[in-house]
Design a protein around this ligand. Structure first.
Ligand SMILES: [Zn+2]
Length: 410
C-alpha cells in the first residue's frame, strides 16, 4: 500500500518477538538443472555465502514470484529479485507511467511517460538479467482473476498503492496458501511484514477491516522518493529468505521505518483466532473485489462524448446544466483544467462514492481526466451508483487540447 498505513492496529505494541523456529522453504525445491558457467560468474557473490551457495542459487532459479504493482515499492523489489536470479518474475500493473512517478519508481525514465508500466518494467528487467523469465501482467487485480494469476506463482510481493487491493491480496494468499511479503509507505514512514501459510498472523489480523478515513495515497499525501526504495528492498530480502528458508523472516513482526528520525522499530503481533480470513472460523471463503473496482466490460459500456460535441454543448444555451467533474489529482488539476470543471480525484470516488458532489438527478455529468482512462472508471462507477446521465470525455484533455484548446496546460 504505497498509500495506506492504517493508524490504529488491532494488536498493540508488545515486547520483541521471540526468535521464530527455522522456516522451511516455501515449497520443496524441485530438481534444478546445474548452474551454467555464466550463471556461476553472475551469482558468484551469492555462491560464496554458505546460506545460499549453489543449491540456494538453483532454488532461486526455480522460484516463481509475482510482484503486485510496478510502483515505488514494486520497482526496487523487482529490480533486486531479477538481479538475484529469481527464475520467473511476474509484474502486475494496469497503469501507465506518469512524470510524477519518476522520483521514486526507479525502473522508468522520462521517455517511458505514457507507456504501460508492466510492459516497460518487463523490458528493463529482462535487460538486467536475460537469464530469467519476466512476465508482464498489464491488468487490474480483482476477485475474478486473482486465482488464475496467483496459481502460476509460489510467493507474492505486494507493493500495491490501494488499500482495497491490499485486502484482496492478503485474503487470496491466505485462501490459496501463498507466502506474502507486504509493505506500505506514507510520507516519511513505512512498514513491512511477511505472512507464511499456517505460521503467524495475516494482514487482516493486524487491520481487520477497511476503515473509513484511511490515509491518502502518494498522489494525495506526498511521499519521500527514496522511502519506497528502503521498503522495496526489505521486501526483496524477505522474499529471498522465505524462498530459501533462511534467517528469521518478518512473520508475526511488523517492521516500522521512520526516515526522518532514521529509526527502525518493530512490534509483535499474534494471529487472531477471530480473524475473518485466517481465524478459526473464517467468514471470508472467496476473495472479494476491492471497493470501487469495476470490470473492463462495465468500463466499455459507458456513454462517451467527443471533445467537439462537449465544446458544442458548453456553448449552447443549456450549458449551465452540465456538470464537469475532473477526476485527476489536485496538482494535475491545478496546472490546467476546463472552465467550470470541479475536481474530485478518482481515488476519492473509489473510496467515498459520489456523495460529496450532491449531483442533481437529471443533470448530465461529464467525467474528465488526462487521457481518458481514469474518467472511464469514474463514469462506470457513476453508472453503477445510479447517476442519471454520466458521460466520459473521450480521449480526455489530450483530445480536448488537440481539437479545441491547444493552449490548455497539461
Ligand atoms: Zn488473519
Amino acid at each position: 500500500m504505497s498509500s495506506t498505513i492504517s493508524s490504529t492496529p488491532a494488536a498493540s505494541a508488545a515486547p520483541p518477538a521471540p526468535a521464530a523456529p527455522p522456516l522451511p522453504a516455501a515449497t520443496p525445491p524441485p530438481a534444478a538443472p546445474p548452474l551454467s558457467p555464466a550463471e556461476r560468474e553472475r551469482y558468484s557473490r551469492h555462491l560464496l555465502l554458505p546460506e545460499i551457495g549453489p543449491a540456494g542459487q538453483q532454488r532461486l532459479k526455480q522460484a516463481r514470484v509475482l510482484v503486485i504493482g510496478a510502483g515505488g515499492l514494486g520497482c526496487p523489489a523487482a529490480l533486486y529479485l531479477a538481479a538475484a536470479g529469481v527464475g520467473t518474475l511476474g509484474l502486475l500493473d494496469f497503469d501507465r507511467v506518469d512524470a510524477s512517478n519518476l522520483h521514486r519508481q526507479v525502473l522508468f525514465t522520462l521517455e517511458d511517460v505514457g507507456a504501460p508500466k508492466a510492459e516497460r518494467a518487463r523490458e528493463r528487467l529482462a535487460a538486467l538479467n536475460p537469464g530469467i523469465n519476466v512476465v508482464a501482467h498489464q491488468t487490474e487485480l480483482c476477485a475474478a482473476n486473482v486465482r488464475a494469476l496467483f496459481e502460476d506463482y509460489e510467493l507474492i510481493v505486494d507493493g500495491s498503492d490501494r488499500i482495497g487491493t491490499r485486502y484482496l491480496v492478503n485474503d487470496a494468499c491466505v485462501l490459496y496458501g501463498k507466502p506474502l511479503v507486504s509493505a506500505a509507505i506514507h510520507r516519511f514512514e513505512g512498514q513491512a511484514m511477511s505472512y507464511s501459510p499456517g505460521r503467524g498472523p495475516c494482514y487482516r489480523c493486524l487491520f481487520p477491516e477497511i476503515r473509513d478515513g484511511v490515509l491518502p495515497n502518494c498522489a494525495q499525501a506526498g511521499v519521500l522518493g527514496v522511502l519506497p526504495g528502503v521498503l522495496g528492498t526489505v521486501q526483496a530480502t524477505e522474499a529471498i529468505k522465505l524462498l530459501l528458508g533462511i534467517g528469521e523472516p518478518l512473520i508475526g513482526r511488523v517492521l516500522v521505518y521512520d526516515a526522518l528520525s532514521l529509526r527502525f522499530d518493530e512490534f509483535h503481533i499474534e494471529r487472531r483466532p477471530e480473524c475473518a480470513v485466517c481465524g478459526d472460523h473464517p467468514s471470508i471463503r472467496e476473495p472479494r473485489d476491492p471497493p470501487g473496482f469495476c470490470t473492463v466490460e462495465e468500463q466499455q459500456r459507458v456513454p462517451r462524448i467527443s471533445a467537439r460535441e462537449l465544446a458544442r454543448r458548453l456553448a449552447a444555451a443549456d450549458a449551465a446544466a452540465l456538470r464537469l467533474i475532473d477526476v485527476r489529482e489536485p496538482d494535475e488539476y491545478a496546472r490546467g483544467h476546463l472552465a467550470r470543471a470541479e475536481n474530485l480525484p478518482l481515488a476519492r470516488i473509489e473510496e467515498h462514492g459520489f456523495a460529496e458532489l450532491a449531483l442533481a438527478r437529471e443533470a448530465p455529468v461529464v467525467f474528465i481526466c488526462r487521457s481518458g482512462v481514469r474518467s472511464l472508471k469514474a463514469c462506470a462507477l457513476a453508472r453503477r451508483a445510479g447517476v442519471a446521465t454520466p458521460l466520459q470525455l473521450e480521449g480526455g484533455l489530450l483530445a480536448w487540447q488537440a481539437a479545441i484548446e491547444p493552449s490548455l496546460p497539461l
